[in-house]
Design a protein around this ligand. Sequence first.
Ligand SMILES: *[C@@H]1O[C@H](CO)[C@@H](O)[C@H](O)[C@H]1NC(C)=O
Ligand SMILES: *[C@@H]1O[C@H](CO)[C@@H](O)[C@H](O)[C@H]1NC(C)=O
Length: 231
Amino acid sequence: MFFSFSTIRPIFNWTAIIFTLIFGIHYWLNHKSYVFDEKSIAALSRKYVVGPDSNISTAYAKVLEGLRAKYTGHILPDQDLQWIFMNAGGWMGSMCLLHASLTEYVLFFGTAVDTTGHSGRYWANISDTILTGTFYQWQEGSLTRTVYKPGDTVFHGMGEATAVSWTAGTWMVEYGRGFIPSTLFFALADSFTSTTDFLTVFYIIKVYIKAMFLEVMFYIGDFRQLIKDSL
Ligand SMILES: *[C@@H]1O[C@H](CO)[C@@H](O)[C@H](O)[C@H]1NC(C)=O
Ligand SMILES: *[C@@H]1O[C@H](CO)[C@@H](O)[C@H](O)[C@H]1NC(C)=O
C-alpha cells in the first residue's frame, strides 16, 4: 500500500474545488446578463466597412464613436487606447482594447502584414466583423478553408480550434464573451515562450487592469445613484 488516505485527500479536495469552480463559472456565464451582444456589435461595425484604399483609422474612429454613444461608460477613454502587438499561436497582430471585464471584451484587431497560425481554444465565444481585408479560417477536420470578406462576421465557438490567416491590411472589430481571464493565457503565451517581449506583456496586463477598473467604477457609480434615488 503506497498511498494512504491522508496523501490522497488533498488531491481529492483540490479536484473537488476545481470542479466546483468550473461548474460555478459555467453556471454564471449562462445566467448572468451582459452589457454587449454579438449581433449589435456586428451590426454597428458593418456600417463602417471600407475599401482597401480607404483610411481604416477614420473607420475605426466612427465605430468607436458609435460604441461610446451606445455603451456610455463602458468604453475606455482616448488616453487609454493603445495599439499593442499581440503574438499568439504563431501569428502576429495588433489590438486596441476598448472594453474588458471578467466575462466580456471588445477590441479592434488586425494586421498590416500577412500572418497565419493557430486560433487558440478558448473558454469564450469570439466573433469578428471584418471592416477591410481578408480572413481565412480552416476548421478542424475539414479539408478546405472558408474565406471571409469585409462585412462578414466570423464566429469562433467556445472550445473550438481553427487555423487562421489574415492578408496584409485586414482590420476587424472583435467581441468576446466567456471567462476572459482564461483567454489571457493564450494571448500572452508566445510573449513568454517565443518573443520574450515583456514590454508587450506589461502593456496588455496594464490595459486589462484599466478596463476592469473602469467597470468597477461604473458599477460603483450605478450603486451610488441607486442609493441616492431611494433616499
Ligand atoms: C488616416 O486618417 C488619420 C486621421 O484620422 C491620419 O492621421 C492618417 O495620416 C490618415 N492615413 C492615411 C494613410 O491617409
Ligand atoms: C456560446 O455560443 C453558443 C453557440 O451559439 C451558445 O449556445 C452559448 O450560450 C454561448 N455562450 C455564452 C457564454 O454566451
